[in-house]
Ligand binder design. Structure first.
Ligand code: B12
Length: 206
């Protein structure tokens, strides 16, 4: 069934994709498995874009489908929300990058799991992160980025947070192209593969 969902997304059949999402949920599939299928579909569309078989409108439509699917998943996930308050987290997509679907999922999952999240949105300059960490007193920061061009702004943001004397603030990074090597390059404290990893890291640090 999740292959059918992947096919519906990659063939840009939004209505079918939403119908299949609901069917998967009704048959007991977990929202995180459905998100996994969406990621696989996005990877296919991304690869097509890379080889010139898909273009910006397809990326945009894929983004819209992804937003619609997360809209269906959110109420189901809310049923498992935690009432416990664990701490504050500042999250944003770094400067120069406007991909926000994944960042929104990370914010939503942190919120569900008891964190007070300040979502700075997209294209966030390093100084905005610093200012917000100071204002909120958050001890955890999450940086999201999907572009290769996001590596340096991530590195600059980590450096700006440290330079502001906020050494006790833990920084996690994530997003499409990010991996352990990029974590090392940026000087961040941890890399998280998905929103559940973001929650696990934040819980470890709370
Ligand atoms: C949809 C999409 C878009 C949409 C974005 C819509 C939106 N509102 O976000 C639009 C059309 C706007 C777009 C624009 C562009 N895009 Co684009 N886009 C994609 C696509 C297909 C999917 C991204 C996505 O949303 N995935 C869905 C999420 C849910 O997937 P996920 O990774 O599983 O999410 C999890 C993790 O990432 C993790 N995570 C994310 N953030 C964080 C943070 C922390 C702290 C942690 C712990 C975890 C974490 O948790 C998430 C949830 O579980 C990708 C391809 C791909 N394979 O990703 C290309 C892709 C990222 N785009 C790409 C490009 C090139 C562009 C453009 C430059 C195109 C252009 N020429 O204009 C512009 C960039 C504009 C800019 N300045 O940012 C390239 C980047 C290549 C590169 N090496 O830099 C990709 C990889 C496509 C490709 N293969 O070529 N894009």
């Amino acid at each position: 069934m999740s292959q059918k969902l992947i096919d519906a997304i990659t063939e840009m059949r939004e209505e079918d994709a939403l119908k299949l999402t609901n069917e998967l949920l009704d048959s007991g599939a977990s929202p995180s498995d459905i998100l996994g299928a969406c990621k696989d579909a996005m990877d296919v569309i991304g690869q097509r874009f890379e080889c010139g078989e898909a273009f910006i409108p397809e990326l945009m439509l894929a983004g819209e489908m992804m937003t619609a699917i997360t809209g269906v998943l959110k109420p189901r996930m809310e049923e498992e929300a935690s009432a416990e308050k664990l701490g504050k987290v500042v999250v944003g997509t770094v400067q120069g990058d406007i991909h926000d679907i994944a960042k929104d999922i990370v914010c939503f999952m942190l919120d569900l799991n008891g964190f007070e999240v300040t979502d700075l949105g997209v294209d966030v300059p390093p100084e905005k992160f610093v200012e917000t960490v100071k204002e909120t007193g958050a001890k955890i920061v999450g940086l999201s980025g999907f572009l290769t061009l996001a590596f340096d702004p991530m590195k600059d943001t980590v450096a700006a947070i440290k330079a502001a004397g906020l050494e006790d603030v833990k920084i996690m990074i994530g997003g499409g192209q990010i991996d352990e090597n990029i974590r090392e390059y940026t000087g961040a404290d941890a890399y998280g593969r998905d929103a559940m990893a973001a929650v696990a890291l934040a819980k470890d640090w709370a």
